[in-house]
Write a protein that binds this ligand. Structure first.
Ligand SMILES: Nc1ncnc2c1ncn2[C@@H]1O[C@H](COP(=O)(O)OP(=O)(O)OP(=O)(O)O)[C@@H](O)[C@H]1O
Ligand SMILES: [Mg+2]
Length: 304
Protein backbone atom coordinates (compact mmCIF):
# COMPACT_ATOMS: atom_id res chain seq x y z
CA UNK A 1 0.00 0.00 0.00
CA UNK A 2 1.31 3.42 -0.86
CA UNK A 3 0.18 6.30 1.33
CA UNK A 4 0.65 10.00 0.72
CA UNK A 5 1.23 11.87 4.00
CA UNK A 6 -0.15 15.38 4.43
CA UNK A 7 2.48 17.96 3.56
CA UNK A 8 3.04 21.00 5.77
CA UNK A 9 1.35 23.72 3.75
CA UNK A 10 1.44 26.65 6.15
CA UNK A 11 5.01 27.73 5.34
CA UNK A 12 4.09 28.09 1.66
CA UNK A 13 0.94 30.01 2.44
CA UNK A 14 2.95 32.41 4.61
CA UNK A 15 5.88 32.75 2.19
CA UNK A 16 4.46 35.62 0.16
CA UNK A 17 2.56 37.39 2.90
CA UNK A 18 3.79 40.93 3.33
CA UNK A 19 7.18 40.57 1.59
CA UNK A 20 9.93 43.13 1.38
CA UNK A 21 8.80 45.41 -1.47
CA UNK A 22 10.21 45.08 -4.97
CA UNK A 23 10.59 48.52 -6.58
CA UNK A 24 9.48 48.03 -10.14
CA UNK A 25 11.72 50.49 -11.95
CA UNK A 26 11.51 49.04 -15.45
CA UNK A 27 8.05 47.48 -15.35
CA UNK A 28 9.27 43.85 -15.14
CA UNK A 29 6.94 43.01 -12.26
CA UNK A 30 4.03 44.65 -14.03
CA UNK A 31 4.69 42.68 -17.23
CA UNK A 32 5.03 39.47 -15.23
CA UNK A 33 1.69 40.15 -13.54
CA UNK A 34 -0.03 40.78 -16.86
CA UNK A 35 1.26 37.46 -18.22
CA UNK A 36 0.36 35.62 -15.02
CA UNK A 37 -3.21 36.89 -15.28
CA UNK A 38 -3.42 36.15 -19.01
CA UNK A 39 -3.16 32.39 -18.58
CA UNK A 40 -5.99 30.34 -19.99
CA UNK A 41 -6.64 26.88 -21.41
CA UNK A 42 -4.21 27.45 -24.26
CA UNK A 43 -1.47 29.36 -22.49
CA UNK A 44 0.39 28.65 -19.26
CA UNK A 45 2.02 31.52 -17.40
CA UNK A 46 5.49 30.16 -16.63
CA UNK A 47 8.11 32.89 -16.57
CA UNK A 48 11.88 33.11 -16.55
CA UNK A 49 13.85 35.94 -14.94
CA UNK A 50 17.44 36.36 -16.06
CA UNK A 51 19.75 38.85 -14.42
CA UNK A 52 23.02 39.30 -12.54
CA UNK A 53 23.34 38.42 -8.82
CA UNK A 54 21.47 40.75 -6.46
CA UNK A 55 19.40 42.34 -9.23
CA UNK A 56 16.20 41.41 -7.39
CA UNK A 57 14.96 38.38 -9.38
CA UNK A 58 13.87 36.25 -6.40
CA UNK A 59 12.34 39.26 -4.66
CA UNK A 60 10.38 40.10 -7.80
CA UNK A 61 8.85 36.61 -7.90
CA UNK A 62 7.95 36.78 -4.20
CA UNK A 63 6.21 40.08 -4.89
CA UNK A 64 4.44 38.54 -7.88
CA UNK A 65 2.97 35.85 -5.61
CA UNK A 66 2.08 38.49 -3.01
CA UNK A 67 0.29 40.72 -5.56
CA UNK A 68 -1.68 37.71 -6.76
CA UNK A 69 -2.32 36.68 -3.12
CA UNK A 70 -1.06 33.17 -3.86
CA UNK A 71 0.97 30.62 -1.93
CA UNK A 72 4.63 30.45 -2.90
CA UNK A 73 6.73 27.30 -3.08
CA UNK A 74 10.46 27.99 -3.39
CA UNK A 75 13.04 25.60 -4.76
CA UNK A 76 16.72 26.32 -4.28
CA UNK A 77 18.04 24.46 -7.28
CA UNK A 78 21.62 23.25 -7.53
CA UNK A 79 23.71 20.69 -9.33
CA UNK A 80 22.94 18.31 -6.43
CA UNK A 81 19.17 18.62 -6.74
CA UNK A 82 17.68 15.35 -7.95
CA UNK A 83 14.31 14.46 -9.39
CA UNK A 84 13.27 12.80 -6.11
CA UNK A 85 13.88 16.06 -4.19
CA UNK A 86 11.45 17.84 -6.49
CA UNK A 87 8.87 15.20 -7.22
CA UNK A 88 9.02 12.85 -4.23
CA UNK A 89 10.38 9.57 -2.96
CA UNK A 90 9.23 6.25 -1.56
CA UNK A 91 9.84 5.76 2.14
CA UNK A 92 9.18 2.25 3.59
CA UNK A 93 7.49 2.16 7.02
CA UNK A 94 6.96 -1.44 8.12
CA UNK A 95 4.07 -2.88 6.10
CA UNK A 96 3.39 0.43 4.51
CA UNK A 97 5.31 2.42 1.93
CA UNK A 98 4.87 6.15 2.13
CA UNK A 99 5.38 8.41 -0.84
CA UNK A 100 6.87 11.63 0.51
CA UNK A 101 5.86 14.32 -1.94
CA UNK A 102 8.52 16.71 -3.19
CA UNK A 103 7.84 20.44 -3.34
CA UNK A 104 6.50 20.28 -6.89
CA UNK A 105 3.69 17.97 -5.78
CA UNK A 106 3.03 20.12 -2.74
CA UNK A 107 2.51 22.96 -5.23
CA UNK A 108 -0.16 20.94 -7.06
CA UNK A 109 -1.95 20.43 -3.77
CA UNK A 110 -1.77 24.14 -2.97
CA UNK A 111 -2.95 25.12 -6.45
CA UNK A 112 -5.96 22.84 -6.14
CA UNK A 113 -6.77 24.31 -2.72
CA UNK A 114 -6.22 27.97 -3.64
CA UNK A 115 -6.91 28.13 -7.36
CA UNK A 116 -3.28 28.80 -8.15
CA UNK A 117 0.23 28.61 -6.74
CA UNK A 118 3.55 30.20 -7.65
CA UNK A 119 6.64 28.00 -7.80
CA UNK A 120 9.90 29.92 -7.65
CA UNK A 121 12.78 27.80 -8.97
CA UNK A 122 15.89 29.77 -8.10
CA UNK A 123 19.00 29.17 -10.24
CA UNK A 124 16.97 26.75 -12.35
CA UNK A 125 19.82 26.47 -14.86
CA UNK A 126 22.09 24.85 -12.25
CA UNK A 127 19.99 21.66 -12.33
CA UNK A 128 21.79 18.95 -14.23
CA UNK A 129 20.41 18.28 -17.73
CA UNK A 130 18.63 15.07 -16.61
CA UNK A 131 16.79 16.83 -13.78
CA UNK A 132 15.86 19.68 -16.14
CA UNK A 133 14.30 17.10 -18.45
CA UNK A 134 12.23 15.71 -15.57
CA UNK A 135 10.79 19.19 -15.03
CA UNK A 136 9.62 19.49 -18.64
CA UNK A 137 6.74 17.12 -17.91
CA UNK A 138 5.79 19.13 -14.85
CA UNK A 139 5.80 22.35 -16.89
CA UNK A 140 3.13 20.69 -19.10
CA UNK A 141 1.00 19.67 -16.11
CA UNK A 142 -1.57 22.38 -16.87
CA UNK A 143 -2.38 20.56 -20.11
CA UNK A 144 -1.63 16.88 -19.61
CA UNK A 145 -1.47 16.22 -15.87
CA UNK A 146 1.72 14.86 -14.40
CA UNK A 147 2.29 11.12 -14.22
CA UNK A 148 4.57 9.58 -11.58
CA UNK A 149 5.48 6.10 -12.76
CA UNK A 150 6.89 5.07 -9.35
CA UNK A 151 3.42 5.15 -7.79
CA UNK A 152 1.49 4.89 -11.05
CA UNK A 153 -0.48 8.00 -10.33
CA UNK A 154 -1.31 11.05 -12.40
CA UNK A 155 -1.65 14.39 -10.64
CA UNK A 156 -3.98 16.91 -12.24
CA UNK A 157 -5.05 20.44 -11.60
CA UNK A 158 -8.69 21.08 -10.82
CA UNK A 159 -10.76 22.90 -13.41
CA UNK A 160 -9.53 26.52 -13.55
CA UNK A 161 -6.53 25.93 -11.24
CA UNK A 162 -3.01 26.78 -12.37
CA UNK A 163 0.62 26.68 -11.39
CA UNK A 164 2.86 29.58 -12.30
CA UNK A 165 6.44 28.35 -12.52
CA UNK A 166 8.96 31.16 -12.24
CA UNK A 167 12.59 30.30 -12.91
CA UNK A 168 15.42 32.64 -12.00
CA UNK A 169 18.98 32.48 -13.28
CA UNK A 170 22.12 34.49 -13.79
CA UNK A 171 23.04 35.24 -17.39
CA UNK A 172 25.66 33.03 -18.99
CA UNK A 173 29.08 34.36 -18.17
CA UNK A 174 28.61 34.47 -14.40
CA UNK A 175 30.70 31.98 -12.41
CA UNK A 176 29.25 28.49 -12.05
CA UNK A 177 26.41 29.13 -14.44
CA UNK A 178 25.10 26.14 -16.37
CA UNK A 179 23.00 26.08 -19.50
CA UNK A 180 19.26 25.85 -19.51
CA UNK A 181 18.05 23.04 -21.80
CA UNK A 182 16.36 24.65 -24.81
CA UNK A 183 13.31 22.39 -24.31
CA UNK A 184 12.91 23.68 -20.74
CA UNK A 185 13.69 27.29 -21.72
CA UNK A 186 11.04 27.11 -24.44
CA UNK A 187 8.32 26.22 -21.93
CA UNK A 188 8.54 29.62 -20.23
CA UNK A 189 5.97 31.92 -21.80
CA UNK A 190 7.62 35.12 -20.61
CA UNK A 191 11.33 35.82 -20.38
CA UNK A 192 12.37 38.93 -18.46
CA UNK A 193 15.88 40.36 -18.46
CA UNK A 194 16.81 42.27 -15.33
CA UNK A 195 19.89 44.45 -15.24
CA UNK A 196 21.44 46.59 -12.54
CA UNK A 197 19.54 49.88 -12.50
CA UNK A 198 20.99 53.12 -13.79
CA UNK A 199 22.14 55.64 -11.20
CA UNK A 200 18.86 57.52 -10.94
CA UNK A 201 16.85 54.33 -10.54
CA UNK A 202 19.28 52.83 -8.06
CA UNK A 203 19.11 55.98 -5.91
CA UNK A 204 15.33 55.66 -5.98
CA UNK A 205 15.47 51.99 -4.93
CA UNK A 206 17.90 52.65 -2.09
CA UNK A 207 15.97 55.66 -0.83
CA UNK A 208 12.85 53.47 -0.64
CA UNK A 209 14.70 50.56 1.01
CA UNK A 210 16.75 52.76 3.37
CA UNK A 211 14.71 55.94 3.91
CA UNK A 212 16.90 56.86 6.92
CA UNK A 213 20.14 56.86 4.89
CA UNK A 214 22.09 60.08 4.34
CA UNK A 215 21.24 61.14 0.74
CA UNK A 216 24.87 62.21 0.09
CA UNK A 217 26.10 58.77 1.10
CA UNK A 218 23.43 57.13 -1.10
CA UNK A 219 24.47 59.27 -4.09
CA UNK A 220 28.16 58.53 -3.51
CA UNK A 221 27.81 54.79 -3.09
CA UNK A 222 25.61 54.58 -6.18
CA UNK A 223 28.32 56.43 -8.09
CA UNK A 224 30.94 53.95 -6.82
CA UNK A 225 28.78 50.99 -7.92
CA UNK A 226 28.21 52.55 -11.32
CA UNK A 227 31.97 53.09 -11.76
CA UNK A 228 32.79 49.50 -10.75
CA UNK A 229 30.19 48.22 -13.23
CA UNK A 230 31.78 50.34 -15.99
CA UNK A 231 35.25 49.06 -15.04
CA UNK A 232 33.96 45.51 -15.10
CA UNK A 233 32.48 46.07 -18.56
CA UNK A 234 35.88 47.16 -19.82
CA UNK A 235 37.61 44.20 -18.15
CA UNK A 236 39.47 46.17 -15.45
CA UNK A 237 37.43 44.55 -12.65
CA UNK A 238 36.04 41.03 -12.52
CA UNK A 239 33.39 41.72 -9.93
CA UNK A 240 30.60 44.27 -9.68
CA UNK A 241 28.70 45.67 -6.72
CA UNK A 242 25.02 44.77 -6.76
CA UNK A 243 22.11 46.78 -5.38
CA UNK A 244 21.89 44.21 -2.58
CA UNK A 245 25.47 44.98 -1.50
CA UNK A 246 24.75 48.70 -1.53
CA UNK A 247 21.76 48.12 0.72
CA UNK A 248 23.95 46.08 3.10
CA UNK A 249 26.49 48.91 3.10
CA UNK A 250 23.84 51.47 4.08
CA UNK A 251 22.41 49.21 6.79
CA UNK A 252 25.91 48.64 8.20
CA UNK A 253 26.46 52.39 8.40
CA UNK A 254 23.07 52.83 10.01
CA UNK A 255 23.96 50.27 12.68
CA UNK A 256 27.47 51.43 13.42
CA UNK A 257 27.10 55.16 12.72
CA UNK A 258 28.73 57.30 10.05
CA UNK A 259 32.02 57.38 11.88
CA UNK A 260 32.33 53.73 10.76
CA UNK A 261 32.25 54.76 7.10
CA UNK A 262 35.88 53.87 6.43
CA UNK A 263 35.44 50.38 7.81
CA UNK A 264 32.19 49.93 5.89
CA UNK A 265 33.93 51.03 2.69
CA UNK A 266 36.73 48.65 3.39
CA UNK A 267 34.25 45.81 3.65
CA UNK A 268 33.07 46.76 0.19
CA UNK A 269 36.64 46.72 -1.12
CA UNK A 270 37.22 43.27 0.31
CA UNK A 271 34.51 41.94 -1.95
CA UNK A 272 37.09 42.27 -4.72
CA UNK A 273 39.57 39.49 -5.05
CA UNK A 274 43.13 40.74 -5.31
CA UNK A 275 45.44 43.70 -4.62
CA UNK A 276 45.10 45.11 -8.11
CA UNK A 277 41.29 45.16 -8.17
CA UNK A 278 41.06 46.28 -4.52
CA UNK A 279 43.39 49.16 -5.22
CA UNK A 280 41.37 50.14 -8.28
CA UNK A 281 38.15 50.22 -6.25
CA UNK A 282 39.89 52.16 -3.48
CA UNK A 283 40.83 54.74 -6.16
CA UNK A 284 37.21 54.96 -7.26
CA UNK A 285 36.00 55.39 -3.68
CA UNK A 286 38.67 58.00 -3.07
CA UNK A 287 37.50 59.98 -6.06
CA UNK A 288 33.81 59.73 -5.26
CA UNK A 289 33.85 60.25 -1.49
CA UNK A 290 36.42 63.00 -1.84
CA UNK A 291 38.36 61.78 1.18
CA UNK A 292 41.86 60.45 1.37
CA UNK A 293 40.21 57.10 1.69
CA UNK A 294 43.08 55.35 0.02
CA UNK A 295 45.38 56.36 2.88
CA UNK A 296 42.88 55.13 5.42
CA UNK A 297 42.57 51.89 3.48
CA UNK A 298 46.36 51.43 3.40
CA UNK A 299 46.57 52.07 7.11
CA UNK A 300 43.76 49.61 7.88
CA UNK A 301 45.34 46.99 5.61
CA UNK A 302 48.66 47.38 7.40
CA UNK A 303 47.03 47.09 10.81
CA UNK A 304 45.19 43.94 9.74
N1 LIG B 1 14.07 46.72 -7.76
C1 LIG B 1 14.42 46.35 -6.53
N2 LIG B 1 13.57 46.50 -5.51
C2 LIG B 1 13.93 46.14 -4.26
N3 LIG B 1 15.12 45.61 -3.94
C3 LIG B 1 16.02 45.44 -4.92
C4 LIG B 1 15.71 45.79 -6.26
N4 LIG B 1 16.79 45.49 -7.03
C5 LIG B 1 17.72 44.97 -6.23
N5 LIG B 1 17.27 44.95 -4.95
C6 LIG B 1 18.11 44.48 -3.86
O1 LIG B 1 18.28 43.10 -4.09
C7 LIG B 1 17.88 42.36 -2.94
C8 LIG B 1 17.10 41.13 -3.33
O2 LIG B 1 17.86 40.40 -4.17
P1 LIG B 1 17.38 39.03 -4.74
O3 LIG B 1 17.78 37.99 -3.81
O4 LIG B 1 15.96 39.09 -5.17
O5 LIG B 1 18.33 39.06 -6.03
P2 LIG B 1 18.59 37.95 -7.08
O6 LIG B 1 18.60 38.66 -8.39
O7 LIG B 1 17.62 36.85 -6.88
O8 LIG B 1 20.07 37.53 -6.71
P3 LIG B 1 20.81 36.11 -6.82
O9 LIG B 1 21.17 35.94 -8.27
O10 LIG B 1 22.02 36.31 -5.97
O11 LIG B 1 19.86 35.07 -6.31
C9 LIG B 1 16.99 43.28 -2.17
O12 LIG B 1 17.04 42.96 -0.81
C10 LIG B 1 17.59 44.62 -2.47
O13 LIG B 1 18.70 44.85 -1.65
MG1 LIG C 1 17.86 34.84 -6.28
Amino acid sequence: MIALPEPDLEQHLAAARDPKPYIDIDGSLERALILAKAKDDLLPSHQLFIGPPGAGKSLLVTNLAAELKLPLVSLDCSIRTREHHLIGRLDPHGEEVLFIPGKLLVAVRLANMHGSCVVRADEVNTLDPGTQKAINGYMDLWRTGFHIAQINRTFRLNEGASIIICGTMNPLGFGGVGRLNPDLAGRFVGVHRLTYPDKRAERRILKKLCPWANPDVVNSIVQVASDTRAKSGSGVLDYVLSTRELEYFLITLHKFGEEAIEDALQLLIHRFDNDRTQSSVADTIDGVFGTSFKDVYRRLSKEA
